[in-house]
Write a protein that binds this ligand. Sequence first.
Ligand code: PLP
Length: 418
Amino acid sequence: MTSSCGESSSGTVLLGNLGSCQSYGKPFQVLNLDTLIQMHLKWLSYLPRVKPFYAVKCNSTETVLRTLNALGTGFDCASKGEISQVLSLGVKPENIIYAHTTKPQSHIKYACAQGVNLMTFDDEEELRKVSRCHPKAKLVLRIAVDDSSSFHRLSSKFGAGLSTTGRLLECAAELGVEVVGVSFHIGSKCSQSLAFRQAIADARSVFDTAKLLGFQFSLLDIGGGFSGKDFPFSEVINGALDEYFPFESGVQVIAEPGRYYVESTFTLAANVIAKRVIMEDMRTEGVPERLMMYYLSDGVYGSLNFLLIDGQVSPYLHRQAVESSEKRYRSVIWGPTCDCIDKIVDNYLVPELHVGDWLLIDNVGAYGISVSTEFNGFKRSSIYSVVTNETCILKNFYQYLNTAMKAFNLQQLIYCTF
Ligand code: PLP
């Protein structure tokens, strides 16, 4: 990956011109396609039975969507806008799940007109809406699961309680609506693999109820919630799938990972646009302590929106490896807007920075750019994609397409054009 603005290390293809960013300090993000592809390869090897439907909401950057489409993933869309975006990139309707349980009628009608049939529900009212607006829909019953080990808990808002699923299925039968399977979402940033195991067991019990009521379920959707850094749960998930949904059952298993694919794929470069030095009363050897205040060209109203809810970031200087002996100052790093909640990091020990310096922040791909605003008139960061020649033209690229073909039985190779 490039390590400095406007320059690329040898063997790296930089897609875009960084000129304007350099002149004006406008923030930009580097999308590392090698990482995106590696994450996909890792998915295939760790969860070979589970076809990923990437959650578009997490980061809808076109290059991400195009690359994942070429790799053969499906897409989880939450609205007409997301469906229309992926369809415009050539994604086939059958590779989309409209995974939102509370949908506007006009969006359901749009999905119907586009041939997007797979969608989730968790309530009778939604069943009635879908039966009116999309008679050919194939519905997936989303259940609420124990998400207490997740950072973002979704079951308080979505998902039918297990005790209500029988009644919902009877209602679907009365309305003549087709229900084909079960979905759940364990919550984002799940920390306990056993939560997945329990949720898969819960889904099994709904499959059993459905069978008694005359349904032939064929789809299990294990949702999102996968870490963006590692893959700690695969053993437990594969074990639970083998136990409750053995391969011979013929049940197709899909997932809706968002953070997993993109968190580590994006790095932000933000510029130091202003600086203040506060002399504090605290003294070291008779000299007042200095508190450094830096103001970057991007912040929590922009690419670092996710900081308002979770996480911490560790900005680092791009220009050189910092000597361990270099003096560090207690620093506060702020975003560019007039709002005081626009704070990136507090009490951060860094060598002195100067106006014009570029700071890099890794792992900003999940729920960053997609939630960013232009509050105070600060423009969203631009995105530049990089990919190494090795990935682009050598065997890795073809190898992964072959793997994708085998895993998902793709009929033809689709080449990615960047
Ligand atoms: N699917 C649904 C229905 C969601 O609501 C979300 C996130 O909110 C996701 C998938 C993606 O979750 P994650 O980014 O944790 O994988």
